[in-house]
Design a protein around this ligand. Structure first.
Ligand code: G3P
Ligand code: CA
Length: 378
């Protein structure tokens, strides 16, 4: 049982959101931050705590890593939006979760690119498909995004074919535009994907990332930016390249690819001793939520692990991934009914994570996490 009490946020009037955006709000989404701030233009909102990170934008409602997805996350109240980054052939950073793009774009429907289909070893895994590093930005811009999980989120497929793959620059322009519209601060949490692999093909991610942030005045210690990586070496490199806070991502199993030869595991990294080492180069740890709230044999959460306590003792903040509303992604004690694609008690899960002392969380449905966070009182 939670030791905290809950309050309910006061209802916020929905104004004409269409005047602010070409994108519509989902019918079941919480009220629109844009509408709220249209009523209070002089207010400058401070970032809340714990922070809500719009995971791949508002990927519960829109095809992930599109400007439409990021914009919706902002309007739903996300404190930060999260572009995963890979490189094009001509060295431009674009927002995709993988460099292999058949799962989230219509590349397979483009006969002019049929001969680009190939098999590569990415982080020790054989992957077949089409890869961003084999396309110029101009070529990638002819593709359109599609929903990654059409069986789980069939409503999102109506947006298939509508949105381009955005560049990091376009994402930062979008953020700047919405900061002006809302008179607020919107954070950005770029994640470098497969940094060792991209180094190996001469398309290093770190330098263009820092240069792009610098162009937007976002390369400072207090910039509303955090840079994430599942690898260690590139975060240590970034610690010398930029003052921006860094997030060491970890998994519930395995270890960072760049340190696989020496057998380093995420379990070692998230030990009390490992966290003290993380604190030398990073400011946050980004564990799988299961590492904070382990599950029993029935898949239910119980007492938190020591991870948050140990991280805080080491001076490291904790942002967990990934909160998703659908039953299949929830611990069994927060599921509602038996349909794996139906929405469960995500608010209950978020409250448990907040009770465990986390400092932030990545959410596919930003509004669900904002709603739970803002209705939760320490
Ligand atoms: O970056 C936090 C979370 O996004 C990590 O998982 O695989 O969704 O990038 P992934
Ligand atoms: Ca990510």
């Amino acid at each position: 049982m939670t030791s905290r009490t809950l309050r309910h946020a006061a209802p916020v009037a929905l104004l004409a959101a269409a005047a602010l955006s070409i994108f519509t709000l989902p019918a079941d989404a919480a009220p629109d931050r844009g509408a709220h701030h249209a009523d209070s233009r002089q207010r400058v909102r401070q970032l809340a705590s714990p922070l809500v990170f719009g995971h791949r934008g508002a990927s519960g409602y829109r095809p992930e890593h599109t400007l439409a997805s990021y914009e919706l996350a902002i309007r739903l109240g996300a404190d930060y939006i999260e572009p995963d980054l890979v490189s094009t052939k001509d060295g431009v950073l674009v927002a995709r979760h993988e460099n292999e793009i058949s799962g989230t774009t219509d590349v397979a429907d483009h006969p002019e690119f049929a001969d680009r289909r190939t098999t590569k070893s990415i982080d020790g895994v054989q992957v077949t498909g089409w890869f961003t590093e084999d396309f110029t930005l101009a070529e990638l811009k002819t593709l359109r995004a599609k929903e990654r999980l059409p069986q789980v989120r069939p409503g999102n497929t109506r947006y298939d074919g509508r949105f381009e793959i955005p560049t990091l620059t376009e994402v930062l322009r979008l953020v700047r535009t919405w900061e002006k519209k809302l008179h607020t601060t919107i954070g950005v949490a770029p994640e470098t994907k497969h940094p060792t692999y991209f180094d190996s093909i001469g398309l290093s991610l770190e330098e263009p990332l820092v240069a792009t942030l610098d162009r937007f005045g976002l390369d400072r210690r207090k910039s509303p930016v955090v840079i994430q990586s599942f690898e260690v070496s590139n975060l240590q490199e970034l610690d010398h390249l930029t003052d921006v806070p860094l997030v060491q991502l970890t998994g519930a199993s395995g270890g960072p690819f760049d340190l696989s030869a020496q057998g380093t595991t995420y379990a070692q990294i998230t030990s009390a001793e490992g966290l003290r080492k993380v604190a030398r180069y990073a400011d946050w740890i980004g564990p799988d939520k299961i590492q904070v709230l382990p599950r029993d044999v029935a898949g239910a959460t119980g007492r938190p692990s020591d991870l948050v306590r140990d991280a805080h003792r080491a001076g490291v903040r904790v942002v967990v991934y990934t909160v998703r509303d659908e039953n299949q992604f929830l611990p069994t004690n927060f599921r509602t009914g038996t349909d794996p694609n139906a929405k469960g008690d995500v608010r209950g899960e978020v409250e448990s994570l907040l009770d465990a002392g986390i400092d932030g969380l990545f959410c596919d449905y930003a509004d669900s996490c904002v709603d739970a966070r803002d209705g939760w009182v320490e």
